[in-house]
Design a protein around this ligand. Structure first.
Ligand code: SF4
Ligand code: SF4
Length: 188
């Protein structure tokens, strides 16, 4: 049955967006390099007073993209377009990985797995169809497909998940602290 609430399967399909993004970004770079007469970049090019969706041709492109988002949600599940096709998503995925590599503090999810009752509400309410319950149990909340919408935070009845603006090291220390508390509980 076709439904907006269907979970997107993810997995290897998530790589499709990189096969779209790579030739797209390479062609932009190649055009830029080959046009050695480029003297300036006009970020308002082809806009009407700075508004990009102001001409009939721009409307049609806009509606094609919106139509694709809607159709893919019906066919592939919640946010299938974001998972499989979105050519902007790789920028976010690469940015997240690079930030982690350079140890920059950023917005993250932290979880206290000892409080979790495995009710599964976080999985049900995750707009990106992620297995949040499993991430909590593994004390590893990093997932490049997570858009940090906070849906799992709002819908967890036990307050297991929270936001943190911190580095990866702080996040890891947080999960270790919880694990050591867990061990202490059994030793006492
Ligand atoms: S909603 Fe909260 S308590 Fe329920 S499984 Fe998810 S993290 Fe655990
Ligand atoms: S923050 Fe949003 S996308 Fe990320 S795991 Fe929670 S519900 Fe899913």
């Amino acid at each position: 049955m076709v439904s907006f609430n269907k979970q997107a399967k993810g997995g290897k399909r998530n790589w499709i967006k990189f096969f779209i993004w790579t030739p797209w970004i390479i062609s932009i770079i190649m055009i830029f390099i080959s046009s050695n007469k480029t003297k300036a970049i006009n970020i308002f090019y082809a806009t009407n007073h700075g508004i990009s969706v102001a001409q009939p041709i721009a409307y049609s492109i806009y509606y094609i993209v919106v139509g694709l988002v809607v159709i893919m949600s019906f066919v592939g599940g919640k946010r299938a377009f974001c998972h499989y096709v979105c050519w902007m998503a790789p920028f976010m995925v690469i940015g997240t990985k690079l930030g982690a590599l350079l140890r920059f503090p950023s917005l993250k999810l932290l979880a206290d797995k000892d409080k979790c009752t495995n009710c599964g509400l976080c999985n049900k309410n995750c707009v990106m169809s992620l297995n949040v319950n499993k991430m909590v149990q593994k004390s590893s909340m990093e997932n490049s497909e997570c858009i940090l919408c906070g849906g799992c935070i709002d819908n967890c009845p036990k307050g297991v998940i929270k936001y943190c603006f911190c580095s990866n090291i702080t996040a890891k220390l947080h999960s270790r602290k919880i694990d050591s508390n867990h061990i202490k509980k059994y030793l006492n």
